[in-house]
Ligand binder design. Structure first.
Ligand code: S3P
Length: 407
């Protein structure tokens, strides 16, 4: 359970909902639940029965909500005043969204539903509460001038620390469809099992791979001892991106009674990642997916961001879904190997992302050009993951949504 606290207008409800979506858990706003239960607005409760009445109900509702271990919970700005609520919060992860008074007032300006805004002395209330928020906070996040989705990603970075990997980087990709790490570095294939923790819960592992990567797939299969591994071959060519390929794989999975808690692992280049991703998004109405891209273009682009597709005679990638993986493991030692076309296309992707990013990123890339093959891979792939992550967030509809109060 993650609990968001902070003054009115800090963005607890807006940010809380995004964090919950990114974690794939439910979101609860204590004020909304109180209003539903009482059948009237908080303003009416204050007017009819006074603040003390509201606080009693608030305490009961918060106690109930804190029993749910998985949700994200946003509390009303005054909930933390109650000593009993403070005691209960001590055993939870409490995120304090800090907002300067002036900005809070700007965000909730003219709101007639918040009873305290109808009184004088709001500034004093703000000043009195800050030390309480500080004291309760497991972590404090400054929301000044930030977009709601950026605040949400900051919270996730705190909540989901990356594993410590020598000679590798782990980038948190936070999207509305799921939050996961894209790991990039030399020798990561040997650590696939550790980096795909959800595979532990699976009974069956469907390994979708190209013939070219059969030995990699075999080594990975060896790491998942005790699980039934179902190997599925896909020709790593554009021509394989068809409904026929999808239904062939799906039928193989059905033959093995693959269920929702099993996992599809795609090991290969662009085509394998696309096909594995699409099958995982459709089979059982969607099931866990992990990607182990083996070409540079798949590592820098295709495997990150949840996109997948097959093609029609009329055009490439016309049929597809967005289905976020639970982990991406890019072993940079394998990227330069087998597939020259994939390598060249990967370099082009990296250049594209640098151009999209900033002049500094382009400069950095140019300065590495001489020893490109060996040097650019890990940090550049990480940069692509970042660019992909923020673009996904934008296209998921949260772009530019300001941090605001209740929405
Ligand atoms: C309150 C804040 C409100 C709501 C009630 C009291 C407060 O929630 O619980 O009006 O005492 O600060 P928000 O913080 O979501 O505005």
């Amino acid at each position: 359970m993650v609990v968001l606290i902070g003054f009115m207008g800090a963005g607890k409800s807006t940010v809380g909902r995004i964090v919950a979506d990114m974690l794939g858990v439910s979101f609860v706003d204590s004020d909304v639940l109180i209003e539903r239960r009482e059948g009237r607005s908080i303003r009416e409760m204050f007017d009819l029965h006074g603040e003390r009445y509201f606080r009693q109900i608030e305490r009961t509702v918060v106690a109930e909500l804190l029993e749910d271990a998985t949700s994200v919970l946003a509390l009303g700005g005054g909930a933390a005043l109650d000593p009993e609520v403070r005691r209960m919060l001590a055993s939870h992860t409490v995120v304090y969204l800090d907002v300067p008074y002036e900005q809070a007032m700007q965000r909730i300006n003219g709101d007639s539903f918040r009873p305290l805004l109808q009184t004088s002395g709001v500034r004093e209330i703000y000043d009195r509460r800050l030390p309480l928020y500080e004291e309760l906070a497991t972590v404090r996040v400054d929301t000044m001038g930030k977009r709601a989705d950026d605040v949400a990603v900051e919270i996730l970075r705190f909540m989901v620390p990356p594993p410590v990997l020598a000679d590798a980087s782990s980038r948190l990709v936070a999207t509305i469809g799921g939050t996961y790490f894209a790991h990039a570095g030399g020798g990561l294939l040997e650590r696939a099992q550790e980096l795909i923790p959800a595979a532990d819960a699976a009974e069956n592992i469907v390994l979708v791979t190209a013939e070219r990567d059969a030995s990699i797939a075999e080594a990975i299969a060896g790491q998942f001892g005790g699980r039934t591994v179902i190997p599925v071959r896909v020709d790593d060519r554009e021509a394989s991106k068809t409904f026929e390929t999808i239904s062939r794989i799906a039928e193989q999975m059905a033959d093995h009674a693959i269920h929702r808690h099993d996992i599809v692992v795609g090991i290969g280049g662009e085509v394998v990642c696309d096909v594995a991703g699409l099958v995982a998004s459709l089979f059982n109405r969607g099931m866990p997916l992990a990607l182990i891209p083996t070409t540079l273009v798949a590592q820098a682009d295709s495997a990150i961001g949840g996109k997948n597709a097959i093609s029609l005679p009329q055009g490439r990638n016309l049929i597809g879904t967005i289905h976020q993986p639970i982990a991406v493991v890019a072993d940079t030692n394998v990227a330069a190997g087998a597939d020259q076309r994939g390598y060249a296309a990967g370099l082009a992707e990296i250049a594209k992302h640098a151009l999209l990013d900033s002049a500094a990123a382009v400069e950095r890339l140019l300065s590495l050009a001489g020893r490109l093959r060996a040097a650019i891979r890990s940090p550049c792939i990480r940069r692509c993951a970042t660019a992909r992550s923020s673009r996904r967030r934008s296209s998921a509809g949260t772009s530019g949504s300001p941090v605001s109060g209740r929405s």
